[in-house]
Design a binder for this molecule. Sequence first.
Ligand code: KG4
Ligand code: ZN
Length: 338
Amino acid sequence: MTVNILAIESSCDETSASVISDGKVLNNIIATQSVHEKYGGVVPELASRAHQQHLIPVVHEAITNAGISKSELSAVGFTRGPGLMGALLVGGSFAKSFAFSLDLPLIEVNHMEAHILAHFIEDPRPSFPFICLTVSGGHTQLVLVRDYLDMEVIGETLDDAVGEAFDKTAKLLGLPYPGGPFLDRLAQEGDPKAFDFPVSSMKELNFSFSGIKTAVLYFLREKLREDAHFVENRKADICASVQHALIEMLLIKLKKAVKTFGITEVAIAGGVSANRGLRDALSVLSQRLGWNVYIPRLEYCTDNAAMIAMAAHFKYEKGIFCPLDVSPLAKMKIGIHE
Ligand code: KG4
Ligand code: ZN
């Protein structure tokens, strides 16, 4: 019998639903919330309300587009955490009621594990064990992935996530929200060596991105005092230089992880893996150092329900379900499966 799983993602500001059939993702419907644009960042309460508005149409579209009826579903997967509590509550409550009303098993998914499992949506798929650099708006982690559900964080940021560093720099430069992709685009026209920004290095495989944020702020203040048009005139160079420093910080630790574990199977995941500079730098490294590098298609880098569906599929195969009274987790560790 075909196994059809409906999955829902609502951890931040994308409302998404996807149907996966026997491990093959059939669709990935995403409603992006534009309501946050004028605030220059995600407003949690507005995100929850927008999820409420978008969820039913998005789920309806995913099921219709898959060409199945609700009675043909085998399970419902949803993001339990980490993420914004209100946003998780909306998606989670819907998933529970939906599963309960159709008498279907429920599968909780860790959003950060799902970012990694997005690599199994399509070829080429990494082989185990591999090292994944997971870079998003809320997290920066180096993960040793031994199996679909066997993962261990071997390094992480001690303060800000790298996505935050991109977004905060973009905000200082007056770029629209979310700033990462805009900074990326401008960086492609700039000189990465134009300005020097500090490349901080923490102990072992950990990262820190709070220092560069302050460095950019002071740098801009000083330059603007000398020339009021500095940002306008040098925007692309500033973007390219900050991006260069951020990518350096990521790659130093990634290289160290590869060396420490002797694993050259390397993947990147999460919203920041959409970054052109990072993707290009990794391709160069892979050729120079003989790594096998896996970079997801753009659609599967940023938040989406297809990755949640993929993660739910692996849990379904192992018969790992959760009770209806499971509560969302704003913070959630990876690699723990009771
Ligand atoms: O994984 P994601 O979609 O959501 C979270 O789970 O946080 O990641 C969002 C982050 C934001 O900080 C966004 O600015 C960043 O990913 N991002 C990028 C790019 N595309 C998205 N950062 C740099 N360059 C990009 N092209
Ligand atoms: Zn994410």
